[in-house]
Design a protein around this ligand. Sequence first.
Ligand code: PDD
Length: 287
Amino acid sequence: MSRIAYVNGRFVPKSQAVVHIEDRGYQLADAVYEVWALFDGKLADPEGHFARLERSLSELRIDMPMSRAALTAVLRETVRRNRIREGLVYLQVSRGVARRDHAFPTDPVPPAVIVTVSRVDRAATEARAAAGVAVITTPENRWGRCDIKTVGLLPNALAKQKAREAGAVEAWFVDELGLVTEGASSNAWILDAEGTLRTRDTQANILRGVTRLSLIDVAREAGLKVDERPFTPQEAAQAKEAFITGAGTLVLPVVKVDGHPVGDGRVGPVATKLRRLYIERARATAI
Ligand code: PDD
């Protein structure tokens, strides 16, 4: 269990880790976050996550709370104090604490920073990956800036709950053109009937997944064709394989979309291989 959290410069027992009731993250979702997979106590895909954090903050005109080096030290120290080797590291940066007002505070306030770490049971997640998971689809109903990793996740939370109630692990949002955008907390992929890997392009209103980006490299290095082009749920059901990517799921095979089996309804060799290659690379490059 994670016992220690970092809150605004202090390491505190989680039971005593609190933020102010007028934190703008709490009242207005005026905050961004990042999640790193943790392999052997090290942060996976560090460059991608730091670069995206800086971009998310800059899009919202929130200052980086500290340098990358200092932030890395804080993340590592939180990991160390929790004695977790395999897990997830969560960082949230809000605009800070100010009297409630929709517009930014007129007197500058420092950003509020919290870090938590949670353990992941790799044996359990490997078993889940070997079995494959089901996804459902749901109409896209999020705002137009899903490229910014904000904590404004209510549509994602509702979609995830809908998935859970349907016995699925993820919900894929489908836009008004009938095309899958991404999952509630992951990017969506298929291996189409022609044997091409497809995932939505980042011109669309989706999060620029760090795992997605690394996996495009991994897949191309493995000789696979990757096309950043959207697909419909019907194409997913007719695809050879499907999977989702994210810091939490890594590369997780999908065997059912809205109750329809993908391919022969079993986990396929390409997703299995990509999962292994991604994890090998992420472990080797973690810091
Ligand atoms: N979610 N799309 C959405 C909407 C996400 O929330 C996430 C990640 C991704 C995948 O991004 P990445 O590969 O950088 O993790 C795509 C994190 C894990 C979360 O909310 O817990």
